[in-house]
Ligand binder design. Structure first.
Ligand SMILES: Nc1ncnc2c1ncn2[C@@H]1O[C@H](COP(=O)(O)OP(=O)(O)O)[C@@H](O)[C@H]1O
Ligand SMILES: [Mg+2]
Length: 295
């Protein structure tokens, strides 16, 4: 069995011919990793995540492919015919609109048993007692059990995200790809969602790729960060190498948008404190940056 949970091989993606928004991107994520994907708005994070989930077709470049758990999601610009079966192994969490609004939180979680999110099937009361119990356990694990019978649109943004994560739990996803799951949440809710993702990663060994607009969360929760700029990987290495100075080198002016409000300015005025460990990480990061540049 391959140890790679996700393998992205030399993919490009253009919505408009000749204007690629992903340019020759290659990534390998090992099983059990928790990886942040950062980059300014428009850098290609969502397109990459959607391509990994098979929701977006990559450009038909010979030799390009995306594999999940050793199986092709797509290859040379063609989505794999067996993607349906693979999809249940991948839990996808979006920034919003994760739930069927009129169905209860409980039923939304139960939809994970079907590997589909059809409101029609879900509302027929198809689920067994055992499935509902498992769904309740998942809701309780994400701290939303008392809201189980509320409908999706009666829950706060943070609660909706937690229900979406509970759905990936009953689905027994081996991989969760989450596209800016905390972007529209207040800091407290954002933290709770990141804590839960981290718990699922550590307790259940689920591989997680999470795109984040703000680098502080990447540094705190994800040992490894992949940074995109204009559709290219400009950094792939230890998150603790992402000092404000290093980000400024990578992104120039754009780097300000990657910090929580107020942080970038404060950081750039603060005297630089370089510990030996941070300096070593920085050197490693610079080395991997060079490798990326020469790949
Ligand atoms: N469906 C689409 N049609 C045309 N252009 C798109 C589409 N989706 C994304 N893009 C473009 O691709 C680029 C990358 O977008 P996206 O992947 O959404 O970036 P991010 O998630 O980092 O903000 C942007 O220039 C965006 O305008
Ligand atoms: Mg996006």
């Amino acid at each position: 069995m391959s140890s790679e949970a996700i393998s992205v091989r030399a993919i490009s993606k253009s919505f408009v011919r000749g204007r690629p928004v992903l340019k020759n991107v290659s990534i390998d994520v090992r099983r059990g990793e928790m990886v942040a994907l950062i980059g300014a708005s428009g850098s290609g994070k969502s397109t990459l995540i959607r391509s990994i989930g098979g929701l977006e077709r990559i450009d038909p470049v010979k030799g390009s492919a995306i594999l999940v758990c050793g199986e092709f999601v797509q290859k040379d610009g063609r989505i794999s015919p067996s993607l349906g079966h693979l999809r249940s192994r991948i839990g996808i969490v979006f920034q919003q609109f994760n739930l069927v609004p009129r169905l209860s939180a409980l039923t939304n979680v139960c939809l994970g048993f079907l590997g589909v999110t059809s409101p029609f099937l879900g509302s027929l009361g198809l689920f067994t007692h055992a499935q509902k119990k498992a769904a309740m356990r998942a809701l309780s694990r994400v701290g939303v059990a008392e809201h189980a019978l509320k409908s999706g649109n009666q829950l706060s943004g943070g609660q909706q995200q937690r229900v979406a994560i509970a759905r990936t739990m009953v689905q027994k996803s081996e991989i969760i790809i989450a596209d800016e799951p905390i972007a529209s949440l207040d800091p407290g809710s954002a933290r709770r969602v990141m804590d839960i993702l981290s718990d699922v990663n550590q307790q259940d060994g689920v591989t997680i790729v999470v795109s984040l607009h703000q680098v502080e969360y990447a540094i705190e929760y994800c040992p490894r960060t992949i940074a995109l700029r204009s559709g290219e990987i400009v950094f792939d290495g230890p998150s603790n190498a992402l000092t404000p100075q290093f980000l400024a080198e990578l992104y120039g002016e754009e780097s300000e948008s990657l910090f929580l409000p107020g942080m970038a300015a404060r950081n750039s005025r603060a005297p630089v404190q370089v510990t030996a460990a941070a300096a070593a990480a920085h050197v490693n990061a610079a080395a991997s940056l060079v490798q990326v540049a020469h790949a």
